[in-house]
Design a protein around this ligand. Structure first.
Ligand code: CO8
Length: 257
């Protein structure tokens, strides 16, 4: 039974994963990243689950990489570090991942939120990449993903100064999709997960892949990827069901086929 990641299934098709190292503000050590990567892979293989909410609870999302663990690593230790492999596995999660962020999402914690497809920011949340204060730079994709999310100027300001932004700036800049009262963040993320998880799983997977392509390819290649995905979906039973249900004025029942 996992202890660093609480894995709950509050209702059909939804998993809520909660980071569980409250004593150290959910600092992300190797063990918790490994558990998270493993939990997500198990969910990826489970056809009964359609979407995931990732949270740190009501108080804090995650205060970054575990600084104590990091301090013990020399250059060779960092070179041989297992964590980049776990980050890659988290990034490869194919289903919709919604981060419900309350409190601090700093350093690796902010980078973890950036791995989510949608961020719901609680009032009083803080997003930041304060690595510069430690004489280092973000190491789990922050320089790339934050820049793609919010643009150069704000990303530079955050990364070069270490200053945090609040939920309103996070939303205005495109980092977060919504701001909610802190005690409603997980509720709203779960509600969104419920809506998303009711859609065709195969269409969701292709939609997610297609959007993520926008961050990796020139427009022409991204459009080509979208067109191919769109074409593949015409062969699915879910497409037939979706169109039939619309014409028959009933709710579709998607099966992921
Ligand atoms: N790592 C380890 N322990 C931490 C961390 C952390 N990131 N953050 C907090 N803790 C611990 C504290 O040491 C303290 O422990 P103790 O009780 O034993 O003294 C406990 O959590 C509570 O912390 P505070 O008393 O400081 O709590 P506050 O509520 O006053 O403050 C803050 C909360 C603002 C979050 C504050 O703890 C803080 O600034 N933390 C560090 C933030 C930070 O610098 N994060 C960036 C870390 S570097 C990073 O993330 C690089 C990512 C690269 C990833 C590479 C992967 C391969």
């Amino acid at each position: 039974m996992s202890t660093l990641i609480i894995d709950e299934r509050p209702e059909e098709r939804i998993a809520i994963l909660t980071l569980n190292r409250p004593d150290v503000r959910n600092a992300l050590n190797t063990a918790i990243l490994k558990e998270l990567a493993t939990a997500l892979e198990q969910i990826a293989e489970n056809d009964d689950l359609g979407a995931v909410v990732l949270t740190g609870g009501d108080e804090v999302f995650a205060a970054g990489a575990d600084v104590k663990e990091m301090a013990a690593l020399n250059t060779l230790g960092i070179h041989r570090d297992a964590r980049p492999g776990y980050w890659r596995r988290i990034a490869e999660f194919p289903k919709p991942l919604i981060a419900a962020v309350n409190g601090y999402a700093l350093g690796g914690g902010c980078e973890l939120a950036l791995h989510a497809d949608v961020i719901i920011a609680g009032e009083g949340s803080h997003f930041g990449l304060p690595e510069i204060n430690l004489g280092i730079i973000p190491g789990a994709g922050g320089t790339q993903r934050l820049t793609r999310a919010v643009g150069k100027s704000l990303a530079m300001k955050m990364i070069l100064s270490g200053e945090f932004i609040g939920p309103k700036t996070a939303m205005a800049s495109g980092l977060a999709a919504e701001v909610t009262p802190a005690d409603k963040t997980i509720f709203r993320a779960t509600e969104l997960a419920r809506i998303i998880a009711s859609k065709s799983p195969v269409a969701l997977e292709m939609a997610k892949q297609s959007v993520l392509k926008a961050f990796e390819t020139p427009l022409r290649d991204g459009l080509d990827f979208e067109r191919r995905s769109f074409t593949i979906l015409t062969a699915t039973q879910d497409r037939e069901e979706g169109i039939a249900a619309f014409l028959e004025k009933r709710k579709p029942v998607f099966k992921g086929r």
